[in-house]
Design a protein around this ligand. Sequence first.
Ligand code: DI6
Ligand code: FE
Length: 405
Amino acid sequence: MWDRLLTNCNVATMDPAVPGGFGAIEDGAIGIQDGRIVRVGRRIDLAGYRAQRVEPLGGAWVTPGLVDCHTHLVFGGNRAGEFEQRLNGASYEEIARAGGGIWSTAKATRLASLEELVEQARPRLRALMAGGATTVEIKSGYGLDTMTEMKMLEAARALGESEKVRVAPTLLALHALPPEHRDARGDYVDMVVDEMIPAVADAGLAQAVDGFCEGIGFTPDEIGRLFEAADAHGLRVKLHAEQLSNLGGAALAAGHGALSADHLEHADEKGVEAMARAGMVAVLLPGAFYALRETRRPPVDLLRAHGVAMAVATDCNPGTSPILSPTLMMSMACTLFGLTPEEALSGMTVHAARALGLEGEIGTIAVGKAADLCIWRVSRPAELAYWVGLPGPERRIVAGEDANI
Ligand code: DI6
Ligand code: FE
């Protein structure tokens, strides 16, 4: 006797082992026991099974719960005022010189208490959940000192414990140089390597370490030191790479066994080849591309040609991607980057799970995986990427439990 049997539904398993588009099983059913999927198949093949709760879904589509594998969801304040200033004619440079930009978020984040960070992030997390997210990665990166980075990661953990969603915490250790280190870059990297990473690893506050490899961020050499320290402490790595220019970040990350390289607008074939060899995921972030009004698109054809899996995420952050909708990202991945609706949904499920190293647990509807599911009242899964402003799934299920908010 199972706990639940979802039936009279169409199942987009997103499981590469299931042939056909979206790994679809039409007129299907899903058995759930102890929070896990115990059986998925055609309804007639599951007809003999019994469950405490049998739930006919009237032909709805069931997908894996969406996985938003790249967000900066926890931060103090926001930058709506700067958005307004820019649209009234101020340049980024003027705003930055007046103490704005990423540094204004860092100041607000340092000033906020743990509880304030949690309560400011909660409505953003709920918006992502309402849009279908059942797993959300949350990066630190606005503390720029050990104490505040740890406070951000504690806020991420508290959110995961108090909402019906899985949170994957990432230490974004080299994001920006704080003004107090403007003339001492090396000292800042030393502090991150010698103090911040060990402290975060000891406290078990992060699953991965990230950096921003960019002219306005950190150099490949500095990122190399970051990755060695992460490795020494048993943490996986990932990298913001090739967003605004090409510094060879994708290949650097590949050389360190990274889970993913993210953004990649300026990636070249060498970088893509290195990612393919390393089995890395390319995380595409159309929200930042849109908000920055970028024109150079990530090399989707190259990624396809080399068989690099593409994930799609919101990059929710106060500066370059104030995005609160996972399905909008699927739409933009299709319209702005040329992904197919199936690639876009794979990008927010199976490949996003891999970008977090959680592919054994979530991301597809398959026996043994966690029962994290979304139920959508749509006629075909392509609708998830087709509508702009889709309200979200009718129901979310996390670890086999109803998780509507
Ligand atoms: N890339 C970006 O575009 C953002 N961070 C990053 O690594 C900028 C974040 C911000 O402006 O607050
Ligand atoms: Fe980012």
